[in-house]
Design a protein around this ligand. Sequence first.
Ligand SMILES: *Cc1c(COP(=O)(O)O)cnc(C)c1O
Length: 231
Amino acid sequence: MIELMVEKLASRLAKVWAEIRRAAEKANRNANQIKLVAVSKTHGAETIKAAIEAGAKVFGENKVQEAEGKINQIGREKAEWHLIGHLQSNKARKAVRLFDVIHSLDSVELAERLERICEEENRHSLSVFVQIDLAKEATKNGIEEKDLPALVEFLRGAKHLKFGGLMIVPPYFDDTEKVRPYFRRLREIRDEILPGGELSMGMSHDFAVAIEEGATLIRVGTAIFGERDYS
Ligand SMILES: *Cc1c(COP(=O)(O)O)cnc(C)c1O
């Protein structure tokens, strides 16, 4: 049973890596510069363990509570754990304890809180990405461009928070060419405020376009684990 699952995950991972290499080649980039974050939200600890056996090293979770149970079962040190979903301030302490990277920093208030908690928890350094909302969609999280300078200034002076990059969840389009301008704009902002910083962009259906536009981390769930069951 477990062996079957490992085999299936290994073959899906191989397909994703082949597509990563193809997209990188098309853009004259080195595929080694791209990190695959396997988005394991809604999938159980057993599935994640099988994915580790199949070769996945980095996992993305969108809810602190859900991730806590799974990370405790699997072991904090067994993989690299990334928080990719919105972080509520009352979950900040748990997030500092559980995650290696937080992709969803979206306010000065949250940054101040994380910085203070790192101090209290003796967390020497925590890598954070700023999630930007370029579409100004009411349902999406992220900071608007006009509010970005204040957050960037805070991060430049922070002792524990390491400003590692930018992240975006663009609106969904079946036609991935329509997503390209969002990825391109995120890269331009990165070049302006954090040259050489990471770009967390691209999901199962559009990661090839994201790689062409410079993604250094892609967050892929469905293409690795199959459709999610939210019931
Ligand atoms: C769920 C999720 C993903 C992965 O989406 P897929 O389409 O399953 O690859 C990526 N990023 C974020 C922020 C997510 O919440």
